[in-house]
Design a protein around this ligand. Structure first.
Ligand code: HEM
Length: 287
């Protein structure tokens, strides 16, 4: 067997401690959910809770996979790129469990599962995203990269941005009242799209820190505005009042701040990295 195919080997076929560590880290949430289920820690409806937990981790992993490209540029850490496939395939594994648990919850009534997927728009969207992730996981191998050619392969794998958007919509539609986390994910999605725009504007491998800082500010502000718009349209809550809630902790930390802090952290790390290591002249591989 080609050692490069094993998830703990790098492109040159050598054992990669970084990849092995990340592989172990990717297993932790799934194992933790399984152990919690076994110990009865998942509440009155453990299967439903497990569906939610696996869904949460699927969308997080899709977003982490997407953040790897900007992170390796900002942190000047080219080795990060080899983790993208690993994280992407893990996202697919998590969504497979998420879906399988849904089938278990429906008592294996396959005709019901099919009709629900066709009739309930949030399930139709989730299933489309699952199929998309499946195609990307299957074609993520070196063999498929060769078969399709670099350009076509990259074009195909850009579909992941559409999949991430479907995942955010699925998340929003299924969450009945608590829109906090879907709003955070929507804000981070905006930031990820902004990262692509920065690369397009400044050229491959270039993400100036001032542009990245401005992007985090814009993503945080747009998230706050989006949240206020949502509460206004869906619940008739005064737009200004919801917006002002961002400046008090009475209703907890609002999503806009979480988006600003989590995406801004990468820029901050990039600035610290720049202090330690001057910008590399070596060309980074294209994203
Ligand atoms: C890439 C694809 C998918 C992603 C990223 C995803 C993600 C999520 C997320 C984040 C949640 C909410 C968890 C929470 O509230 O804490 C969720 C809930 C759910 N998802 Fe998915 N999902 C996907 C595909 C699917 C598919 C294919 C199905 C089934 C056909 C499905 C069925 C469900 C169900 C039943 C819930 C719970 C809804 C409820 O309790 O009312 N998802 N999903």
């Amino acid at each position: 067997m080609n050692p490069r195919a094993l998830p703990w080997y790098d492109y040159s076929g050598r054992f990669s401690p970084l990849k092995a560590l990340v592989l172990l880290a990717l297993l932790v949430p799934g194992l933790w959910i399984a152990v919690s289920y076994d110990l009865g820690l998942l509440g009155a409806r453990p299967v439903t809770e497990a569906i939610h937990e696996f869904g949460d981790w699927t969308i997080r992993l899709v977003f982490i996979a997407l953040a790897i490209s900007p992170a390796r540029i900002v942190l000047q850490w080219p080795q990060l790129l080899q983790l993208r496939r690993l994280v992407g395939v893990a996202a697919f594994a998590y969504v497979l469990v998420h879906f399988s648990l849904y089938v278990v919850d429906e008592a294996f009534a396959i005709p019901t599962v099919i009709s629900e997927i066709v009739l309930r728009i949030y399930l139709t969207i989730g299933f489309t995203a699952l199929l998309g992730l499946g195609v990307l996981a299957i074609t993520s191998t070196d063999g498929w990269q060769r078969r399709l050619g670099a350009r076509r392969w990259q074009k195909l794998h850009r579909v992941v941005y559409g999949i991430a958007l479907l995942a955010v919509i699925h998340f929003f539609l299924q969450s009945k009242l608590n829109e906090w986390e879907p709003t955070v994910m929507a804000g981070i999605y905006l930031w990820l799209m902004g990262c692509r725009a920065i690369v397009r504007r400044y050229g491959r491998g270039k993400m100036p820190l001032p542009a990245m800082a401005s992007l985090s500010l814009a993503a945080g502000a747009l998230t706050a505005i989006g949240e206020a718009l949502y509460f206004w349209i869906a619940m008739g809550a005064p737009f200004g009042l919801v917006l002002m809630a961002n400046f008090s902790l009475e209703t907890g930390l609002r999503p806009g701040w979480v988006v600003l802090a989590s995406t801004g952290a990468l820029t901050l790390l990039g600035a610290l990295r720049g202090l330690i290591k001057p910008p590399s002249k070596a060309r980074l591989r294209p994203a």
